[in-house]
Design a protein around this ligand. Structure first.
Ligand code: MG
Ligand code: MG
Length: 253
């Protein structure tokens, strides 16, 4: 069942999103060769709690971190730890914030110093596919229009959409209906209505789309070892069109 949100509830989710965006900016400022992923995680958790909010991921099904941090060929769900960043790495950082019972969820893949041409294209294309999908989040469109926008943009550049992982509705719960695949035909699926809030999250590899679960039962890697990127917005569908509640792409102070 899809739970729609009132304009007031969407404003409250945007307040959680604002803290999330500032958390990602803080993490970005600390990304440098030699930094460990557990240092980034600790800084994020301190900041989120200092704002009177709670990290949504911490303890979720036993997840130990406040961020999922996934370097290079890791697609998602990386556990923060002693891994030291190296120049040329790409680093996917996924964050969830709960404020007054409302959840926001967003992710970005960062470059650690200068990165390869392949890595740069992967990041640019994945981000562009999210923007293309966000543009489809309007009343009257179908969920398949959102999914198809990601697939079309990614495959146009010869990259692969991860198929076994999906985006999701979001609200009082981090994962609500509907599930949002990042591929599929346009014009199909649930009709989008004002008040729906979606976490749209393309996961893309520079190789094939298959993934594997690591021995820690959390981290998911590309099966072929190719680089992977992950960009995510929480987006409300409003009468005026898409409202991104986690606008990490805009300048914030
Ligand atoms: Mg996320
Ligand atoms: Mg999500």
């Amino acid at each position: 069942m899809i739970v729609k949100k009132s304009p007031d509830e969407i404003d409250r989710m945007a307040a959680a999103g604002d803290i999330l965006v500032r958390t990602l900016a803080l993490v970005e400022s600390k990304i440098r060769p030699g930094a460990t992923t557990e240092e980034l995680d600790a800084a994020a958790e301190r900041f989120i709690r200092s704002q009177g909010a709670t990290p949504a991921f911490k303890g979720y099904r036993g997840f130990p971190g406040s961020l999922c941090i996934s370097p290079n060929s890791m697609v998602v769900h990386g556990i923060p730890g002693p891994y030291k960043l190296r120049k040329g790495d790409i680093l996917s950082v996924d964050c969830g914030v709960i404020l007054d019972g409302w959840v926001a969820d967003a992710a970005r893949t960062f470059a650690v110093g200068s990165i390869s041409v392949v890595a740069r294209k992967l990041l640019d294309t994945t981000q562009a596919s999210l923007f293309a999908a966000a543009e489809q989040c309007r009343p009257g469109n179908r969920l398949g229009d959102v999914s198809h926008a990601v697939q079309r943009r990614v495959e146009q550049d010869g990259l692969s959409v991860v198929r076994s992982l999906v985006g999701h509705g979001i609200g009082r719960d981090m994962h609500e209906d509907p599930q949002i695949p990042n591929y599929g035909p346009p014009g199909k699926g649930v009709k989008l209505e004002e008040g729906m809030v979606l976490a749209v999250e393309p996961m893309v590899t520079a190789g094939r789309h298959d993934v594997r679960l690591a021995d820690d039962h959390w981290s998911i890697y590309s099966q072929d070892g190719s680089l992977a990127a992950h960009f995510e917005f929480t987006i409300a569908i409003t009468a005026d069109g898409p409202r991104v509640l986690t606008p990490w792409h805009e300048t914030t102070d």
